[in-house]
Design a protein around this ligand. Structure first.
Ligand SMILES: *[C@@H]1O[C@H](CO)[C@@H](O)[C@H](O)[C@H]1NC(C)=O
Ligand SMILES: *[C@@H]1O[C@H](CO)[C@@H](O)[C@H](O)[C@H]1NC(C)=O
Ligand SMILES: *[C@@H]1O[C@H](CO)[C@@H](O)[C@H](O)[C@H]1NC(C)=O
Ligand SMILES: *[C@@H]1O[C@H](CO)[C@@H](O)[C@H](O)[C@H]1NC(C)=O
Ligand SMILES: *[C@@H]1O[C@H](CO)[C@@H](O)[C@H](O)[C@H]1NC(C)=O
Ligand SMILES: *[C@@H]1O[C@H](CO)[C@@H](O)[C@H](O)[C@H]1NC(C)=O
Ligand SMILES: *[C@@H]1O[C@H](CO)[C@@H](O)[C@H](O)[C@H]1NC(C)=O
Length: 592
């Protein structure tokens, strides 16, 4: 091939001979284009004809992470047989892939597993199974609906996030003492779930609620009341046609482990759909999970080190592989509780006065605080509580915006001196050295986002984190609001949180200049929210009957190759470059 011809696209359609109810298809694609930003674009047009139901046009998956964007048109469906029996139909779809030119090849594979199942199960309304998880956090509750094909891979369903619903109002623990409040708060989102999940699937859809540190705290304060709230919520959830699996308070350990499962699942570290048309174990190393909630914070990572405290050990089996994890949850080190603890600590050191100075609040920023409700109404601030506290007393907290004093006060909340093991993170908790990459989510993500907005500093090292905190703590509220365009309530604690995150990661978990850059701050991955809920669903889906399994097996094994198409597009970039330069000389016939 001469250089003028330039572009070689190889399309391999393997085993195109088809399954029973399938007439065939055709595929064409446009010549590769180079955008001005150096990315490449190619459009595939796919048409297929079938004898049966072919409503679910398969979609393209991009391998190797080179795709920036896969833009799919709506499926155009032509039902030639107007009797509605679906004896003949044709679907067409256009997919434009935009990708980055950092490799020598990219692969797009056509995933038709779903469709195979649709063909084989005409009577079923959908080929998906669903599951609902209510994440009852300390500050609010989120509902996630997941779905997975009605088949399984080594015991665990391949789960994706279908939709999400935020429950209005506070977390369920905030309804302590308010009968009926917690149950009622969930109604709106449950209505959404009834709409989203096909009626005939509802009775098979597992539904569970997991409560985290907010309820763990309420359980410490008043166990009777926390049980009452859970029972009330459970009664409500049972009244829906779903398969109720339980409402319970997750242990900190489980919360950490499920967060880790979520992160690694979304990054396809356990399984991925390979271009040869079956699930592969990619054999990649897993990444650690850093979660910062409202009332607690978790760290979880895979380790081969000996765990000196067995409470930190978690063994998980997923997709036929066993993983040994270190996991630790710190109650009272979530965002809201840290802010309370800092105030309590300042009041304790300065004395109970009508005015207390807060070096972590912007200069001259004042806020009036009720000692009972806002500071000492939590087991987390118990040890700072002054004798004969008047819970009704209101004090004024005055910001002084002083980085050094702020960071000193925050460090005093931790205990870095006591350790009965060979090594500790803080508060006497054993922790081996952190290894590998980490993903930091929930409040970590938002703190990092605000830091970036305010200072234009990306959190990539301890020194950058310190630099950012110094800048932020020396800013006025007006300046911070101007930079973030966020409401006061979201950003008034940004100096506190910048310092807390920095101290927790470096002094606490011992991330250093070498390991800190391996932390990536993320809210979502692979279209799903990062949190513990997906990991929980994966485990729950483990004992959901795999009705699809027999269906998949019912297909003769030979036809699998026919159902799974495969496009391998080798793009020789050096030559592509030639195309762009010599575009006039290039014709479509150059595409093989
Ligand atoms: C290309 O870049 C993407 C995104 O930066 C990355 O995920 C992928 O691994 C890279 N691929 C190659 C072959 O370097
Ligand atoms: C705990 O809650 C119950 C109501 O469930 C209430 O009757 C009781 O007084 C509470 N106990 C404390 C110590 O607040
Ligand atoms: C599923 O289990 C089989 C045997 O138990 C194993 O060979 C295969 O690699 C597993 N698949 C994945 C994706 O882990
Ligand atoms: C740290 O904890 C240990 C054990 O609980 C205690 O003896 C020590 O005083 C604490 N140190 C600080 C600085 O709080
Ligand atoms: C932010 O930093 C980047 C480089 O790190 C620079 O290119 C950009 O201009 C900066 N933006 C602002 C608003 O300062
Ligand atoms: C804080 O900002 C002021 C200007 O707003 C500046 O004069 C001062 O040097 C800054 N202080 C520190 C410690 O950066
Ligand atoms: C997953 O669920 C099973 C029961 O279905 C349970 O025994 C196991 O402990 C769960 N795994 C975790 C990590 O909680």
């Amino acid at each position: 091939m001469e250089t003028g011809a330039a572009l070689l696209l190889l399309v391999a359609l393997l085993g195109k001979s088809s399954a029973v109810s399938f007439y065939g298809d055709s595929i064409s694609f446009s010549p590769l284009q180079m955008n001005t930003d150096g990315r490449y674009k190619v459009t595939f047009f796919h048409r297929e004809n079938g004898r049966n139901d072919c409503q679910n046009q398969a979609s393209l998956l991009c391998e190797g992470g080179v795709c920036m964007d896969l833009d799919e048109s709506d499926t155009l469906q032509t039902d030639q047989d107007s009797s509605g029996q679906g004896r003949w139909c044709q679907t067409e779809k256009r997919t434009t892939a935009t990708f980055q030119a950092n490799g020598t090849s990219f692969t797009l594979s056509w995933d038709e597993v779903d469709k195979a199942m649709i063909r084989k199960s005409q009577s079923s309304p959908g080929n998906s199974m669903y599951g609902i998880v209510l994440d009852a956090g300390s500050s609010h509750t989120s509902m996630y609906i997941y779905k997975w094909p009605a088949g399984k891979q080594n015991g665990t369903g391949i789960v994706t996030q279908h939709s999400e619903c935020k429950v209005q109002g506070g977390g369920i623990s905030s309804y302590a003492g308010k009968h009926g409040g917690a149950a009622k708060s969930l109604e709106e989102c449950m209505k959404h779930a009834l709409k989203e999940i096909p009626t005939s699937r509802q009775h098979q859809t597992p539904l569970c609620l997991g409560a985290t540190a907010g309820m763990r705290l309420l359980n410490i304060v008043n166990q009777t009341e926390s049980e009452r709230v859970l029972q009330e919520v459970e009664k409500k959830l049972r009244s829906y046609p779903f398969l109720f699996k339980g409402a319970s308070i997750l242990s900190g350990q489980a919360e950490g482990a499920y967060g880790w499962v979520t992160v690694n699942y979304l990054l396809e570290n356990f399984v991925k759909y390979g271009f040869v048309g079956h699930w592969l174990n990619p054999g990649r190393s897993t990444i650690g999970a850093l979660d910062l909630g409202g009332a607690s914070t978790q760290i979880t990572f895979q380790t081969s080190k000996k765990l000196e405290n067995q409470d930190n050990l978690m063994k998980l089996t997923l997709y036929g592989q066993t993983y040994t994890l270190y996991t630790q949850s710190f109650l009272c080190y979530g965002q809201d509780q840290i802010i309370r603890k800092l105030l309590a600590h300042l009041i304790k050191t300065q004395g109970v006065k009508s005015q207390v100075f807060n070096p972590c609040a912007p200069q001259k920023f004042t806020i009036s605080t009720k000692l009972g409700e806002d500071v000492f109404d939590s087991p987390c601030t118990e040890k700072y509580r002054p004798d004969n506290l008047d819970p009704q007393m209101t004090i004024t907290v005055v910001g002084t915006g002083n980085y050094q004093q702020c960071v000193n006060n925050i460090k005093e909340i931790f205990n870095f001196t006591y350790c009965s093991y060979s090594m500790c993170s803080f508060d006497g908790v054993f922790q081996p050295r952190v290894t590998g990459s980490f993903m930091a989510f929930s409040a970590y993500y938002f703190t990092q986002k605000y830091i970036k907005e305010i200072t234009n500093i990306t959190l990539t090292s301890p020194s950058r984190a310190v630099e950012a905190a110094k800048l932020i703590c020396n800013m006025t509220m007006a300046k911070i609001m101007e930079k973030t365009k966020a409401e006061e309530k979201y950003i008034k604690n940004v100096c506190t949180m910048s310092n807390f995150v920095q101290v927790l990661l470096t002094n606490g978990y011992h991330f250093d200049e070498a390991s800190f850059p391996s932390i990536s701050f993320q809210e979502k991955a692979g279209g799903a929210s990062v949190g513990w809920a997906l990991g929980y669903m994966l485990n729950v889906s483990n004992d959901v009957p795999a009705e699809g399994l027999s269906m998949m097996k019912a297909l003769p094994s030979g036809s699998w190759a026919g159902i799974i198409f495969l496009f391998i597009v080798f793009v020789f970039f050096a030559l592509v470059y030639g195309v762009v330069i010599n575009r006039n000389r290039t014709t479509r016939s150059d595409i093989i």
